[in-house]
Design a binder for this molecule. Structure first.
Ligand code: BGC
Length: 356
């Protein structure tokens, strides 16, 4: 059997939570809980064949509750990932006010976002084990209109991939932007920063931001800037450059433009850690990816195996629609209407390279 289900405690409201362990013969192992759809562990072999855990997280449920010790580690993010300026948007002539939880802005679906709810879970065993998570978000939850039904399926494939499929439908016009917020450190034991990791992102432009990390609405070419990852570059090489965009975010915390609109699954990024040989390839149907270099990690979070997560000890590659889309007419739309189906796929593929 390649899926095990275990009880994993309960929420403050007394709802039981489960954790699922998925394994493939190729040596990929994921632990996923139906609280927030969080990937708590992701083990994959290094170039010697030794498995190591490549994501940050916790061994127990408690630190995730209320985000007590978790800046969204491994979680599903919704209803609208990333920032919405002043938590306000207009849809069909009506103005909506969301709770503001990040400076002046709304971040990652609000205080009770999808990372803080219990999803209904259905394990599906087979050569490619998966867990299908469903959450029905009531009309008006966290200020968003329409009853939104979200279904997210995590699958481990025989090609050593973690595949995420997202689907959402609504009862009334609304906005939706779903992602996963895994923090990666390919060394396999999260005991140092990721500044030596080499990153490639197939993006010609970013959406530059203001000092509250809200897009200005422009597109900024990456040519000649620290944001040019079209060829592999170490994250640490330019992260501390004297650059206004890096200053606003305290490092990389920017949306990279992959496409003008959603499209067929395309390879968009590669992460390589020469010490372990681990490679992670990212493919997605989404038009953007938020590259966040763990700038807000500061040694205050005590994670798995007694680790304390310090500055830039992990990075996120959050495939998504662009930040603040509801207020940005030039960005591909995140509006979802009754009768329409929102769908997206993101694949994290793991391999090793003998190169240094
Ligand atoms: C955001 C960061 C934020 C992090 C954790 C990322 O998606 O871009 O600014 O600190 O999530 O909340």
């Amino acid at each position: 059997m390649s899926i095990e289900q275990q009880p994993w405690g309960e929420t403050d409201a007394g709802t039981s939570v489960s954790i699922f362990t998925l394994r493939t013969p190729s040596g990929l192992e994921a632990r996923i809980t139906n609280f927030g759809g969080i990937v708590t562990h992701l083990l994959t072999p290094d170039r010697e064949g030794t498995p190591g855990d490549v994501v940050l997280g916790h061994d127990t449920l408690k630190p995730y509750l209320g985000r007590a010790q978790s800046p969204y580690f491994g979680a599903l993010i919704g209803r609208h990932a990333n920032r919405i300026a002043r938590g306000r948007f207009e849809l069909d002539g009506q103005t909506y006010q969301l709770p503001v939880n990040n400076g002046p802005n709304s971040l990652h679906g609000g205080p009770g976002g999808f990372d803080q709810v219990v999803w209904q879970a259905e394990p599906i065993d087979g050569d490619e084990p998966s867990v299908r998570l469903t959450y029905v978000s009531p009309d008006g939850e966290e200020g968003y209109p329409g009853t939104l039904t979200a279904v997210v399926t995590y699958t481990l494939t025989t090609a050593n991939e973690l595949r995420l499929h997202y689907r959402a439908t609504t009862s009334a016009p609304t906005i939706v932007n779903l992602t996963n917020h895994s923090y990666f450190n390919l060394t396999g034991d999260a005991s140092r920063d990721v500044l030596d990791h080499e990153l490639t992102i197939a993006a010609e432009a970013i959406t530059p931001i203001d000092e509250t990390l809200i897009p200005t609405g422009d597109f900024q070419k990456v040519d000649g800037t620290p944001f040019d990852f079209r060829t592999p570059r170490k994250i640490g090489e330019r992260v501390n450059d004297d650059d206004e965009q890096l200053r606003f975010a305290g490092g990389y915390d920017h949306n990279f433009v992959l496409a003008e609109r959603p499209r067929a699954l395309a390879h968009v990024a590669r992460l390589f850690d020469s010490a372990s040989g681990r490679v992670m390839d990212v493919a997605t149907t989404q038009p953007g990816v938020q590259f966040y270099s763990g700038n807000f990690l500061d040694g205050s979070v005590h994670g798995k195996d007694g680790r304390v997560y310090e500055h830039r000890w992990a990075l996120c590659l959050e495939t998504q629609h662009f930040p603040d889309t509801p207020n940005q007419p030039r960005f591909p739309s995140t509006v979802l209407r009754p009768g329409e189906v929102f769908e997206s796929t993101t694949v994290y593929a793991f391999s090793v390279s003998s190169g240094r």
